[in-house]
Design a protein around this ligand. Structure first.
Ligand SMILES: Cc1cc2nc3c(=O)[nH]c(=O)nc-3n(C[C@H](O)[C@H](O)[C@H](O)COP(=O)(O)OP(=O)(O)OC[C@H]3O[C@@H](n4cnc5c(N)ncnc54)[C@H](O)[C@@H]3O)c2cc1C
Length: 461
């Protein structure tokens, strides 16, 4: 038996970041991880492998559609799917090994195996019971299931299976038009699959600013994705490696069957806390299965939870921020997460990024606001890379000009959003952004122009 100040269960972005910060703050810390590699869902089967495939297939798209326009002539590259998956795995391995290095560097102990909590202050891994003043549940999430749909990870897959398909399917049905479904749908559409996205709601990317979502759907449709909205999937059957997806349109109850070589179930994720022993410990849970917390503390003294296992957006950076904040709290400092300024990004081409309030939320709250919008058509850099379709929209308080939200669809949106995040953290006005010199020619000039549009007007509009 070993004793620690903190034992964290789960080495995803929540858990490993919490561990490193705890160690930096002088605490003796161990992380329990059951996977063979560190980094959790994010590094192994989530953010990182999906971005590697998005990068590879975006490069293919560039070669097929834009190289010739730039005078780069010749045969388009052919796809070696096994090599593409090997490249993706290399990226994953490099990153997961990087966390191992950081653990060694910071003297974080990795307790290999699946952990349980037999009693407050104790964590059992294999046959060994370890003691800790504080225990952190950072066990993350798993793909949610859908009634009538059985996942075999071959023909009917979650995002995990979709990252390692044996071959590129001729046709793919994606159930769910959320971030994961659209990213993986984009990957396969670029690889030549006929991709149909079936979504229960009447719009894609629920929760996203409606104007951005509409524009996003148009652009993806141009790229070859098909959308069936307002459709409730009734079930999926499989035979000889082929699938049939039955859905009913919500407006008239009419039923249709779609044939597909592969079905990706991307209907969301649910917290993963199975086998920890939380029920026996009497840990209070939320109705939707998350661990109930108040500033990361559960109802059991010395037991905390962070990341996808608790309420809030299921995002790696939200988990990381919670990990850092909790480490500060455990070290006797003030840890804090500003949930009003957590950006969300979709890594398709174009990227889509948002932070703060949407127009719909502001209307519902009855808040008087103004809109500054700027199209990438007026941005020289975006035009040069054939990505001038999107726009930047900044929402600011009508009276005070304080920035309330920003929504970007366009090149590097996932990076551009952060200047607005910083501005919001400082309580900046749109004018503060507008008066900040932005280098030319950059995509970020579009952010400045949108800020200018909140005042006397954009220059290049
Ligand atoms: C395909 C896909 C793409 C994504 N892309 C993005 C993206 O681009 N950006 C983004 O912000 N988010 C993305 N996400 C979401 C992101 O991966 C999660 O929000 C994030 O990983 C949550 O971090 P976490 O630390 O809470 O949990 P996780 O990363 O899920 O890590 C939990 C870890 O705990 C371990 N564990 C669980 N139970 C035990 C136990 N009892 N004992 C020992 N170990 C245990 C698990 O093995 C796992 O390694 C994506 C997710 C998927 C599936």
């Amino acid at each position: 038996m070993a004793s620690f100040d903190v034992i964290i269960i789960g080495a995803g972005p929540g858990g490993y970041v919490c561990a490193i910060r705890c160690a930096q703050l002088g605490l003796k810390v161990a992380v329990v991880e059951g996977r063979e590699t560190l980094g959790g869902t994010c590094l192994n089967v989530g953010c990182i492998p999906s971005k590697a495939l998005l990068h590879a297939t975006h490069s293919l798209h560039e070669a097929e559609h834009n190289f010739a326009k730039m005078g780069l002539k010749g045969k388009s590259p052919s796809v070696d799917w096994d090599q593409m998956k090997a490249y993706k795995q290399d990226v994953v391995d490099g990153n997961t090994k990087g966390i191992e290095f950081l653990f060694k560097k910071n003297k974080v102990t990795w307790l290999k195996g699946w952990g349980t909590i037999p009693a407050a202050g104790q964590v059992k891994v294999g046959d060994e019971v370890h003691e800790a003043k504080n225990i952190v549940i950072a066990t993350g999430s798993e793909a949610a299931s859908l009634p009538g749909v059985e996942v075999d990870e071959k023909t009917v897959v979650t995002s995990t299976g979709a990252l390692v398909l044996g071959k590129i399917p001729k046709s793919m049905v994606v159930i769910g038009a959320g971030v994961i479904g659209l990213e993986m749908g984009s990957v396969y559409a670029r690889l030549g699959s006929e991709v149909t996205v079936v979504e229960y709601l009447d719009a894609i990317t629920p929760g996203m600013d409606a104007e951005v979502a509409k524009s996003f759907q148009k652009i993806l449709t141009k790229q070859g994705l098909k959308f069936i909205l307002g459709a409730a999937v009734q079930g999926v059957s499989t035979k000889n490696g082929k699938a049939k997806v039955t859905y009913k349109l919500r407006k008239d109850d009419s039923e249709t069957v779609l044939d597909a070589d592969c079905v990706l179930v991307a209907t969301g994720r649910k917290p993963f806390v199975d086998g920890l022993g939380l029920e026996a410990l009497g840990v209070e849970m939320e109705k939707r299965g998350q661990v109930k917390t108040d500033h990361f503390a559960t109802n059991i003294k010395g037991l905390y939870a962070i990341g996808d296992a608790i309420v809030g957006p299921m995002l790696a950076h939200k988990a990381e921020d919670e990990g850092m904040a909790l480490a500060e709290v455990l070290a006797g400092k003030a840890g804090h997460v500003n949930y009003d300024v957590i950006p969300g990004v979709v890594y398709t081409t174009p990227e889509v990024a948002s932070v703060g309030k949407t127009e719909e939320q502001l209307k519902e709250a009855g808040r008087a606001y103004k809109v500054g919008k700027f199209s990438f058509m007026g941005n020289a850099r975006a035009k040069a890379i054939f990505q001038a379709e999107g726009f930047v929209k900044i929402l600011a308080d009508k009276e005070t000009d304080r920035i309330l939200g920003a929504h970007i669809i366009g090149p590097m949106a996932g990076d551009l959003i952060h200047e607005v995040c910083v501005a919001m953290e400082f309580g900046a006005s749109a004018q503060d952004l507008a008066l900040t010199c932005h280098a030319h020619p950059t995509y970020s000039e579009a952010v400045r122009e949108a800020a200018l549009a909140c005042g006397d007007g954009a220059i290049h509009a």
